[in-house]
Design a protein around this ligand. Structure first.
Ligand SMILES: Nc1ncnc2c1ncn2[C@@H]1O[C@H](COP(=O)(O)OP(=O)(O)OP(=O)(O)O)[C@@H](O)[C@H]1O
Length: 303
């Protein structure tokens, strides 16, 4: 549904591009997890789709048509649940929804029906008459979600919607987003929590320094791990390992992404034959965190 093609963006005065040749697709019925540390470019990317930033280089297409044209004709086809709280703190939950329903040009019976449906979807019934400023962090996020859903958008973008949220609301928000995709929406979910991406995304784009390092199905990214051998040993050098696959040296270990025809047993036998004493060897799956570290040489949590 949404296609970003070679999108590049540099903030005025910035030394580095915030987005550098980013190409990605978001499909109906699917969650695209946008995973990257602070400063990776997630918000910049989302701001393009929300219309907050004008395209400098590349294209943003919705079903093949330029985003700007689609937005001008049907502005409510897409919605963003931003990182910040996007509501009026002095108004109650229902008053906020009524206000945003007006802005989305919903009226009459449909307006009433959508407000009730969104309150119900975000499970905010007990808080309908509570002023937004008095809600907990988790409830505020749920209000953000309810507002984003008012006009039944086909494309939904979430920017770190669970930051500062209690575990119960976090689980609720993740489930709700999964349901929206299952009902046919195209969802982009930006976060730096890889466990959330593992929980809800069908496809994952790993973003760092404005560039897409990987873009693949979650399954494909996770299955890469079956071919990774980590070794802790004295006296190893890269040349001993290079013929078995791609070699990386960590602070106290060597990691080999095994080539298709290499097995962990072959590597260990070769090290043994070279007189290396292996202290520890580990063969297993990459999870997203390890994949991220392998790609960027830093941790997602510390980044
Ligand atoms: N208004 C701005 N002016 C100049 N540079 C900016 C501006 N907003 C963001 N940047 C820079 O652009 C890069 C991408 O930032 P962006 O906010 O898109 O990243 P992010 O992945 O959303 O991170 P975060 O989770 O911290 O919001 C960063 O280097 C950031 O410092």
């Amino acid at each position: 549904m949404l296609a970003l093609e070679h999108l590049s963006y540099r903030y005025s005065g910035a030394a580095q591009a915030a987005l550098d040749d980013v190409s990605l697709t978001a499909r109906r019925g699917s969650v695209l997890g946008l995973l990257g540390p602070n400063g990776a470019g997630k918000t910049t990317l989302i701001s393009h789709v929300s219309g907050a930033l004008a395209v400098q280089g590349g294209r943003v297409l919705v079903d093949g048509e330029p985003l700007q044209a689609v937005r001008a004709r049907t502005p409510t086809r897409m919605a963003v649940a931003p990182q910040d709280h996007a509501f009026y703190p002095m108004l109650t939950v229902t008053e906020n929804l009524a206000c945003f329903a007006g802005a989305a040009r919903l009226d009459g019976a449909r307006r009433k029906e959508r407000i009730a449906a969104c309150i119900h979807f975000a499970q905010l019934e007990s808080f309908a008459t509570v002023r937004a400023e008095r809600l907990s962090g988790g409830l505020k996020r749920r209000l953000n979600l309810a507002i984003a859903l008012l006009a039944e958008p086909e494309l939904l973008l979430f920017d770190e919607p669970t930051v500062g949220v209690d575990p119960q609301s976090r689980a609720f928000v993740l489930d709700a987003i999964k349901t929206l995709a299952a009902n046919g929406a195209a969802v982009i979910y930006a976060t730096h929590y890889m466990e959330e991406v593992e929980a809800i995304a069908d496809r994952v784009a790993i973003l760092d320094n404005g560039r897409v390092l990987r873009d693949d199905t979650l399954e494909a990214l996770l299955s890469e791990g079956e071919r990774v051998l980590t070794v802790r040993a004295e006296g190893v050098d890269a040349a001993m390992l290079a013929r078995f696959g791609e070699v990386e040296q960590g602070p106290d270990h060597w990691r080999v992404r095994l080539a298709a025809d290499a097995s962990p047993a072959q590597v260990l036998a070769a090290l043994d034959a070279s007189g290396v004493i292996v202290r520890q060897a580990e063969f297993g799956r990459y999870n997203l965190e390890q994949l991220f570290m392998a790609l960027t040489h830093r941790s997602l949590r510390d980044a």
